[in-house]
Design a protein around this ligand. Structure first.
Ligand code: B4P
Length: 189
């Protein structure tokens, strides 16, 4: 089983790269952002609760996201591995994931962190706003998402560093160039 965490600030290219990696390595692509958006559009109790956080660029509470994650993973018992896109986003979530995977006899093999400067993140997300209508792709909410990333999510890197799993990757370049840099890390497994 191969389990990868794709990590980075909003707009770093996590979702874009996760799809390509899932295809290439036959992994199940688990994007907590995508699952939350589908709960929101289905109007489930979780979706209604999550909307208030997502639309402000805040994190959905850990207990809701972890429960949701377990539910999705349980539906895919035969997956050859997972690519976690947008999870964990807090140290609490990272500890939860480690414990859950250990209980299943597996672990996170790599934490791949996409490094992209803030000006480029804002440019990409405002560009996406022109193509898709995501309520959290407005300038004000994007700035809050970046702030939340720095305060609550970036510390997850320190948590994984202690296990020697942290791989920073330059996230600037074409989608293919960034993919090749990530694949070079994964091929060392
Ligand atoms: P996400 O859906 O994870 O949103 P994101 O961080 O913005 O990343 P995304 O994957 O969409 O963007 P990408 O970088 O691929 O989360 C949304 C919200 O859900 C969060 O704010 C939070 O409220 C909630 N949430 C999700 N998970 C949670 C959790 N674990 N705990 C609590 N709350 C949670 O791409 C951005 C743009 O860049 C795209 O338009 C893409 O085309 C472009 N791009 C990608 N690569 C590029 C490249 N190399 N060059 C140029 N452009 C590129």
């Amino acid at each position: 089983m191969l389990n990868i965490v794709l990590f980075g600030p909003p707009g770093a290219g996590k979702g874009t790269q996760a799809k390509i990696l899932a295809d290439r390595y036959h992994l199940y692509h688990l994007s907590t952002g995508d699952v939350l958006r589908s709960e929101m559009s289905a109007g489930t109790p979780l979706g209604k609760k999550a909307r208030g956080y997502v639309e402000k660029g805040e994190l959905v509470p850990d207990e809701d996201v972890t429960e949701m994650l377990v539910c999705v993973m349980d539906k895919h018992p035969d997956a050859g591995g997972f690519i976690f896109d947008g999870f964990p986003r807090t140290t609490q979530q990272a500890k939860f994931l480690r414990k859950m995977l250990l209980e299943k006899g597996t672990e996170i093999h790599d934490l791949i962190v996409l490094d992209v400067e803030e000006k480029e993140l804002v440019r990409r997300l405002l560009n996406r706003a022109k193509l898709e209508s995501r309520a959290d792709d407005t300038r004000e909410v994007i700035e809050n998402r970046i702030r939340v990333y720095k305060e609550q999510t970036a510390p997850v890197i320190d948590y994984y560093s202690q296990f020697g799993k942290y791989h920073p990757i330059n996230g600037i370049g074409t989608v293919e160039e960034v993919h090749n840099r990530i694949a070079a890390v994964i091929s060392q497994q």
